[in-house]
Write a protein that binds this ligand. Structure first.
Ligand SMILES: C[S@@+](CC[C@H](N)C(=O)[O-])C[C@H]1O[C@@H](n2cnc3c(N)ncnc32)[C@H](O)[C@@H]1O
Length: 263
């Protein structure tokens, strides 16, 4: 794959959508950076959820958060003693994240760049941990260029943590009803569908005006595991997780997964 082809695996419409008013959307969702920093500062480990266990003790670690959005996970890790960098192509996200870090009193290195065009000059081989989470892989129509970036950023022996939505929930099952009592599920998707799907960007429900759209390629679990293994990363764990927000809500259905691999 040449450079131009490599860059085209991230859909151009997605960058345009994410560059709209994300800052205001995060203020709607999480409050001002001061308010959010106050909340994260009270319980930084709790705010990391499952990611905290997968990353382990962050103190003294050099950590890269790819497509790290509003910086809330990065700031929690910095509060726990890590030296953290974020890459994301949205300047609105950067503004929120840097204000959040300042309010929390921690340093944060936030690079605005397409992750596939990241300048590696000073970054290659320097991270103990590279992680990405919750709405990542579906932005790529080929997983290899993204995993090459992960591989290049990691120091030898470094750990890759990927937490994302489980394809059984995103591709196979559709669900209706907002309480456990009336919740209904239908198996009406195609787990093996490889087409691109148009959807609202995840911040759209907190943004004003026309809903920004993104194009998504939803990967199944076999495709994800195979892509990681074929890009020189040794997989050590793959955990599938139920809905962690309530004991009985969507019981028995995998909602997210966490994959850990090493360089
Ligand atoms: C759904 S969010 C990821 C979730 C995030 N960790 C969170 O919990 O908010 C997707 C993020 O990826 C960024 N993004 C999407 N494609 C990208 C690319 N090719 N390069 C850099 N950032 C990208 C978007 O700006 C957005 O912040």
């Amino acid at each position: 794959m040449n450079n131009q082809e490599q860059q085209n695996v991230a859909h151009p419409f997605n960058e345009e959508a994410w560059n709209r008013e994300t800052y205001e959307a995060w203020v709607q969702r999480f409050g001002t950076p001061d308010e959010a920093a106050d909340r994260i500062g009270k319980q930084p480990l709790k705010s990391l959820s499952v990611l905290g266990e997968a990353i382990g003790d962050p103190a003294g670690q050099r950590i890269m958060n790819l497509m790290g959005s509003n910086g809330s996970k990065a700031v929690a890790l910095a509060l726990l003693g890590a030296s953290v960098a974020v890459v994301d192509f949205s300047p609105g996200n950067q503004r929120y994240a840097l204000e959040l870090a300042e309010a929390a009193g921690v340093p944060l290195d936030y690079v605005v760049s397409d992750v596939l065009k990241l300048d590696m000059t000073t970054l290659a081989g320097t991270f103990d941990i590279v992680f990405a989470e919750m709405g990542i892989l579906h932005y790529f129509t080929d997983l290899t260029p993204f995993l090459n970036v992960v591989q290049t950023l990691l120091a030898p022996g470094g750990r890759f943590v990927l937490r994302d939505f489980h394809p059984v929930s995103t591709k196979l099952i559709s669900s209706r009803g907002t309480t456990a009592k009336i919740r209904k599920h239908k198996v009406d998707g195609d787990y093996f569908d490889t087409s691109l799907e148009e959807q609202e960007a995840s911040f759209a429900k907190y943004a004003e005006g026309e809903s920004p759209k993104v194009w998504l390629r939803k990967w199944n679990l076999g495709e994800i595991v195979t892509a990681v293994a074929q890009n020189s990363l040794s997989i050590s764990r793959l955990d599938e997780e139920p809905n962690l927000s309530g004991d009985s809500f969507d019981k028995g259905i995998p909602k997210t997964f966490t994959l850990i691999a090493h360089k």
